[in-house]
Structures are given as C-alpha cells and as structure tokens.
Design a binder for this molecule. Structure first.
Ligand SMILES: Nc1ncnc2c1ncn2[C@@H]1O[C@H](COP(=O)(O)OP(=O)(O)OP(=O)(O)O)[C@@H](O)[C@H]1O
Ligand SMILES: [Mg+2]
Length: 208
C-alpha cells in the first residue's frame, strides 16, 4: 500500500477538483493505476455500470430523496474503484466547510427540503434539481466523486419528475476534463454559492 502514497494522481487537477489525500488513495482498488487519466477512465466504466443499474430500477422521486439512496448511488458509481465508495469523508475539504459530524444530518435536511419543494411546487422542477445539485456538492459528503455523484442524482430526480437528464453544456455530465465547459460550470457553481442559481441552471440546460 505504501507506494500508492506518492502516486502523481493529484498532478494537473482541473479547476475546482478536490485533491485526494494519502488516506483516500489507500482505498484505490486497481492499485496498478498511477495516472489521473487512467483513473478517470476506470471510474467512467464504473459509473456506466451504475447508470445501467439506475435505468433498470427506474426509481421514483421519493425513493431518490433518501439518505439510503445517496449512499447506494455513490457506492454503485465507485465500488470497483474505491474501498470507501458509499462512505462519508472523514476529513475537512475546502468547499462548504461542513464538519464531518454534520454531513449526514445536512444531507437529510437537503433531501427533506427538496421533497417538500417537489410536493408543494415551491420552485420550477429544473430549479429544484439544480438546487439539489448545488446543496450536495456544497456539503461534499464523500472523499471524491462528489461532482459526478451530485450531477447524476440531480439528473435522476429530473428524470423521475418527467424530464430527461440535463445536457451540462453538451458534456452529458462528463465535466472532469479541463475544458471551457468545466470552467463555465465551476464559475456557475461559485455564483450558486451565493444562492444565485440562474447561471448554473442555464449551464445545465445548455448544449454548446
Ligand atoms: N465553489 C464551489 N461550489 C460548489 N461546488 C463546487 C465548487 N467548486 C467545485 N465544486 C464541486 O466539487 C466537485 C469536485 O469534487 P470531487 O473531486 O469530490 O468530485 P468529482 O466527481 O471527483 O469531480 P471532478 O472529477 O469533476 O473534480 C466539482 O466537480 C464541483 O461539482
Ligand atoms: Mg475528483
């Protein structure tokens, strides 16, 4: 396990990406992987399997908006890649400042709020989905994969409410590479940090 500690996996991280700690890296299952690009590809295959599982299950919105689903989805997305898939982070990160002991209760609050918004039509459906996405990346529940997990749960909620997956600037949610779309996405998230969701919503719906 020790040789994994010096892997160059944190080199050239794209804008807004969370650095993996040495402890997190100890949970890497395919231990022959040393490069970020190879890790991205491996994770992509893992995530594709999770999407196949989602398609089969066709969850309804109040099944999606549960803490059990949150853990299960992250686990399905990363269970071949990380031993800690589906488990909460145990260290602080530089997004959101949520203390580790409050992560679970904050997620629960968000899910309850979103359920209330859906049932009472508090906001338009697309805005509800985008708020869910932002709230979850802000809490940053897991050591890694928070962006991809939070985009998929947001897309799944939208599907369960009669829509399709967002296009996320024509990337279909694949925003891990340092492209113009990634830049636009991170800038929109930063605006959403101050509770202005318009640019994030516009970005999620955009196809260029
Ligand atoms: N200012 C911000 N406010 C809210 N969320 C943010 C902000 N900056 C970055 N993020 C989110 O954090 C994610 C990075 O966290 P993490 O590395 O855990 O996720 P990931 O799925 O591995 O994402 P990625 O590979 O895209 O970096 C970004 O994809 C983005 O969704
Ligand atoms: Mg990451």
């Amino acid at each position: 396990m020790n040789e994994q500690i010096n892997l160059p996996i944190n080199d050239n991280l794209p804008l807004g990406a969370t650095k993996l700690s040495n402890d997190d890296l100890e949970g890497l299952i395919p231990d022959y992987i040393t490069k970020r690009g190879d890790l991205d590809e491996f994770e992509k295959t893992n995530i594709t399997k999770a999407i196949t599982w989602l398609r089969k299950k066709n969850f309804i919105y109040d099944e999606i908006l549960t803490i059990g689903f949150v853990f299960e989805l992250h686990k399905y997305m990363f269970n071949k890649t990380w031993t800690w898939a589906g488990q909460l982070r145990k260290r602080m990160v530089n997004i959101g400042n949520t203390p580790t002991e409050l992560i679970q209760i904050r997620i629960k609050n968000v899910l309850d709020n979103v359920k209330y918004w859906v049932e009472n039509k508090t906001y338009p459906i697309d805005e509800i989905c985008i708020r869910l996405h932002h709230e979850l990346v802000w809490i940053h529940p897991f050591p890694n994969g928070n962006g991809r997990f939070s985009r998929i749960i947001c897309d799944e909620l939208r599907r369960s409410l009669g829509g399709t997956y967002f296009t996320w600037g024509n990337t279909n949610g694949n925003l891990i590479n340092p492209t113009e779309s990634r830049k636009a996405y991170i800038e929109a998230l930063r605006l959403a940090d101050s509770r202005n969701y318009s640019r994030l919503l516009e970005f999620a719906l955009s196809v260029k």
